[in-house]
Design a protein. Structure first.
Length: 65
């Protein structure tokens, strides 16, 4: 499970997921259905981008001082 969470923190995971879902057009969903799927995924990715840190900056609260 840790492996999955570690991968979800990498931007390349989102690029790979987009390519995967773009290739899933062979499953017979209509264009409108795919628009809804990608809209939901974009919303999820936006929330994830807000909640997941970039990993480069260590945030320390001032309450420790």
């Amino acid at each position: 499970m840790r492996f999955i969470f570690d991968r979800l923190r990498e931007p390349s995971t989102y690029a790979g997921a987009a390519a995967l879902f773009a290739g899933l057009g062979i499953f017979g969903l209509s264009e409108d259905d795919w628009n809804q799927v990608f809209g939901a995924l974009a919303s999820f990715a936006g929330v994830a981008a807000i909640l997941i840190g970039d990993g480069g900056d260590d945030y320390e609260s001032d309450s420790d001082s």
